[in-house]
Design a protein around this ligand. Structure first.
Ligand code: HEM
Length: 425
């Protein structure tokens, strides 16, 4: 139930407040308790926040569609998106399943294992640039550098071009959530990147190697390959979907170890396998992505309301992850909790151990394609960091905390800065 002093009433303008950006959890709780199917008339949308409802909506792709692109409508594929044409624009369609089937296999199992040495090498390389003992800002010096360099290396791009790729990435991410100049710079960076990629894609098609760009360039399903524009759109999407999210995940893991549960950090440092638990609990407690959008394709009766056909719906996975109907003491960050599936993600969201999974990667037909890669990257990076820095501690006793989108954040939740002190191991 809502905490003392909280009311049932909810003014939708609260969603636009700084308070909500910084700490959305009290509002999620009021929504779960009093308005489980909330009609936000001010923003013209519906909001779901209970674990069971968010999970069910993710799984029911037929009724809750993600499509922006409509092959029979006036929307030109990729035209309004900074990435250009990409899988996020497809909803419940054969095109989505085709694209997903052609690329998803590259990021799991044996194919992912081939890339693990790259992840390992890049983590150590970035750590080796830490200039002096004493202090550093973890996001600037590590987490914002590492995943994008991993992707560039996985794609098999020349190492001397890596800095350029990092610059394009930064411009694209800044352009993602914000209009005006940021958007214009983001689109210019994307076009430059596309120009750079095009001849490389042609070369890989004729003479493929084992890198990710070659694999995507020649992958075939039902006798068809992705065309050049689809490949370029997918690479652009990879930077945000795979780079920025993982960057923020690593920052959030360290934030929680340094400020939320410093008492647990020594245990995790002593047993690096526990970084995997830290990852899972971070994805539940304060996931990098809190909201996903859907459009209803039929009337949905729910909790005494009827969500009309064609309505915009926000699925607050950040709210579902804190649902006390599913998790005991949901507001406690506990890496040993026994009511959350702590192992690797399972696409169906149903586990043999009967425990629910976190909603941080979504669920169902659009479940994150990079779930295994993100976990591997985050766990490997955190273990290397912990080994390289002895006696690691926050530089400042207090921290403004994790926050939702601000300029240059790309729309994902994370701390803006994370200063740490350490002794070189
Ligand atoms: C911790 C890091 C990550 C988080 C929090 C995250 C989060 C998510 C979420 C919530 C979705 C569901 C979207 C929806 O239901 O509409 C999603 C989809 C997706 N993710 Fe991730 N992701 C992460 C890492 C990655 C990585 C490393 C890749 C690269 C391979 C990736 C590629 C994708 C793609 C391509 C989709 C669209 C899948 C589809 O529509 O079928 N993500 N991600």
């Amino acid at each position: 139930m809502a905490a003392d002093g909280e009311t049932m009433e909810l003014d939708p303008r609260e969603f636009d407040s700084v308070t909500f950006q910084k700490d959305p959890f009290p509002i999620y709780r009021r929504l779960r308790d009093y308005h489980p199917a909330f009609h936000d008339r001010f923003h013209n949308r519906w909001i779901l926040t209970r674990y069971a409802d968010v999970d069910a909506a993710f799984q029911d792709n037929q009724s809750f569609d993600r499509a922006i692109y409509d092959p029979d409508g006036d929307y030109d594929f990729g035209s309004r998106h900074i990435f250009g044409p990409n899988i996020l624009e497809y909803g419940n369609s054969p095109q989505h399943r085709w694209l997903r089937n052609i690329v998803a296999g590259q990021f799991v199992g044996e194919r992912l294992n081939v890339f693990l040495p790259i992840i390992d090498k890049i983590a150590l390389e970035v750590i080796s640039t830490f200039e002096k003992d004493g202090e550093l800002e973890l996001i600037r010096h590590f987490s914002s550098q590492f995943p994008i360099r991993v992707i560039s290396n996985m794609l098999g791009l020349p190492r001397e071009d890596e800095e350029m790729f990092v610059r394009w990435y930064q411009a694209l991410i800044a352009g993602l959530g914000f209009g005006g100049e940021h958007l214009a710079r983001g689109i210019a960076a994307r076009n430059e990147m596309w120009e750079y990629l095009e001849p490389l894609i042609e070369i890989r098609r004729q003479n493929p190697g084992d890198d990710l760009l070659s694999r995507i360039a020649v992958a075939e399903l039902e006798g068809k390959r992705m065309d050049i524009i689809e490949i370029k759109g997918f690479v652009a999407l990879l930077l945000a979907a795979g780079g920025d999210t993982t960057d923020k995940a690593i920052a959030n893991m360290w934030y929680h170890m340094l400020y939320t549960r410093p008492d647990v950090l020594p245990e995790v440092i002593a047993d690096p396998e526990l970084w995997s638990n830290v990852f899972t609990e971070m994805m539940r407690y304060d996931a990098v992505v809190h909201a996903q959008f859907r459009r209803t394709t039929r009337e949905i009766p729910l909790h005494g309301e009827v969500i009309p056909k064609g309505a915009s719906v926000i699925l607050y996975l950040g709210g579902g992850n804190r649902d006390e109907r599913t998790f005991k003491d949901p507001d406690v960050f506990d890496i040993h909790r026994d009511d959350l599936h702590m192992g690797r993600e399972n696409r169906s969201g149903r586990y043999k151990d009967g425990k629910p999974g976190h909603l941080g990667f979504g669920m169902g037909p659009h479940f994150c394609m990079g779930y295994a890669m993100a976990r591997q990257e985050a766990v490997i990076a955190c273990a290397h960091l912990a080994k390289a820095m002895k006696n690691v501690r926050p530089k400042f006793a207090t921290h403004p905390g994790i926050t939702s989108p601000s300029i240059d954040s790309g729309g994902f939740r994370s701390p803006n800065e994370l200063w740490i002190e350490f002794d070189r191991a």
